[in-house]
Design a protein around this ligand. Structure first.
Ligand code: NAD
Length: 481
């Protein structure tokens, strides 16, 4: 057996103080054990927080331009190893290599964007009631921030939290998913190679119970940014609220496309198929529902089916691969159980893929079902797999009502040529990311990102929203004597 992975704390590898480990399996081929992951302990969490706390005064004391230089160097260090990181991602989380390369490219953009933010103006001058006084606001870092992240964007999500946190003078403890520790350690290695001071960016490996909760409960942690499932997000929010610590939780989605009779059906079919099936439907913004006008449903679904049948399931290292496996045996089991329980009509997929290559990994055949009751579990529960549930609606009002009938509110798209319909939908749809004639997935790294209802709480991520989250305001008044 291989040696278990180590945490990255205070600029160096540090073994776990516990002995329990989990296996990190290649989801495409479970004979390939990628790593042994320590479960981690409360003592490990305390070490990581102590390192981040010790590094804080010097890091927040640097000028913005000096911190920007560090982020630029980190971007260059990632760029130099980009193909290696993309290949490691394909192996560890089963991401098709084309998408993995795209994610690494996005990391570089994220770091450069926030390096820019570190040198942009902060604060504002506010007129004072005292004559001759100067009143202004300062933006100060929160202190040590805890970042808890999922496996599906194993470098982009940690970085779109860590880059703004660091740019504004905070220090970081990242607790990545136990299913993507290797990717988090590659971030630590590149940060180290780029010369980030020891303790500024720490990686704490382990489970939610083993290290996640002790980290959230640490008195030195002054901000918490979480991305993951709704159930865990609720727990994180409860702990943060109890401690009166600033937090944000980005959670699941049940994202929807609405297809109107006047839509460009080729475009709608292409983007629906891609949004639903690429990376096996495991993006938080993946399209998992379609609400379609009855008069075009048959033609639309035929076009989506053609697109889906043109997608390659694997292997993930083939540049032509679009789908890949789902992350785990549990995930695959949950998806097949949901499909087995539905009475809806299968349009394509619905049976296990044959072939020994697919049996070795957690592959799920991309599946479309139609005639789904909008209140049924298939249209309500986040499956996180390559499954599209199609319902029909007579007219825009009914379609929007079905789209909004969800505990989630992350992303939605309307396909139409009617500007009036588009405007009505923009105002009425209850989601954070609203698209017209576009994919539900993806967002520009400099645009605010997040959802409504059960998809998010706290402030948005990315763009100018990140500055709001990772800094707090001091109002200063200087009076004349
Ligand atoms: P998850 O909730 O199981 O785990 C997320 C992280 O929380 C992991 O690091 C995990 O170890 C940690 N964790 C678990 N229990 C914890 C606890 N009690 N205390 C502290 N930390 C704990 O999610 P996942 O399976 O890794 O990711 C998939 C989910 O993430 C999906 O629901 C998906 O929609 C969501 N997601 C959302 C976004 C978004 O921006 N809205 C982006 C990507 C993924």
């Amino acid at each position: 057996m291989t040696k278990p992975l180590s945490h990255f704390i205070a600029g160096a590898s540090l073994g776990s103080s516990g002995s329990d480990v989990l296996l990190d399996l290649n989801p495409s081929d479970t004979r390939d054990v990628v790593a042994e992951v320590p479960v981690g302990t409360a003592a490990d969490a305390a070490s990581a927080v102590a390192a981040a706390r010790a590094a804080l005064p010097a890091w927040r004391g640097l000028t913005g331009p000096a911190r920007a230089e560090h982020l630029h160097r980190w971007a260059a260090a990632i760029e130099a190893r980009s193909e290696e990181i993309a290949q490691a991602m394909a192996r560890e989380v089963g991401k098709p290599i084309g998408e993995a390369r795209g994610e690494v490219g996005r990391c570089i953009v994220i770091l450069r964007y926030y390096a820019g933010d570190a040198v942009r103006s902060v604060g504002e001058v506010v007129p004072a009631q005292v004559a001759g006084a100067l009143q202004f606001t300062l933006r100060e870092p929160l202190g040590v921030v805890a970042l808890i992240t999922p496996w599906n964007f194993p470098v982009a999500i940690p970085l779109w939290k860590a880059a703004p946190a660091l740019a504004f003078g905070n220090t970081v403890v990242l607790k990545p998913s136990e299913q993507s520790p290797v990717m988090a350690l590659l971030l630590a290695e590149t940060a180290h190679a780029a010369g980030l001071p020891a303790g500024v960016f720490n990686v704490l490996l382990g489970t939610g119970q083993g290290v996640g909760e002790p980290l959230l409960r640490s008195a030195e942690v002054r901000g918490i940014s979480f991305t993951g499932s709704a159930a865990v997000g609720a727990r994180v929010a409860a702990i943060a609220a109890e401690r009166n610590v600033r937090y944000q939780t980005e959670m699941g989605g049940k994202n929807v496309v609405i297809v109107m009779p006047d839509a460009d059906l080729d475009l709608a079919a292409k983007l629906t198929a891609a949004g639903a099936m690429r990376y096996a439907g495991q993006k938080c913004t993946a399209t998992s529902r379609a609400v379609v006008a009855p008069q075009i449903e048959r033609e639309f679904l035929e076009k989506v089916r053609e697109q889906v049948e043109g997608f390659s399931l694997g292997p993930v290292t083939d540049p032509a691969c679009a789908i890949g496996p789902v992350i785990s045996a549990d995930s695959r089991k949950r998806i097949w159980a949901a499909l087995a329980a539905t009475k809806a009509e299968v349009v394509c997929g619905g049976v296990e893929s044959t072939g020994v290559v697919f049996k070795r990994g957690f592959f799920v055949t991309p599946t479309i079902v139609r005639g789904v009751d909008p209140g049924a579990p298939l249209a309500q529960e986040e499956l996180f797999g390559p499954v599209l549930a199609v319902s029909s609606a007579d007219g825009l009002d009914e379609a929007i009502a079905i789209a909004n009938n969800s505990r989630y509110g992350l992303s939605a798209s309307l396909f139409t040529r009617d500007i009036g319909a588009a405007l009505k939908y923009i105002h009425r749809i209850d989601v954070g990311l609203v698209r017209i004639n576009g994919d539900t997935t993806g967002v520009d790294p400099h645009a605010p990102f997040g959802g409504m209802k059960g998809s998010s709480s706290g402030s948005r991520e990315q763009g100018s929203a990140a500055r709001e989250f990772y800094t707090e305001t001091k109002t200063v008044q200087v009076n004349p004597v």
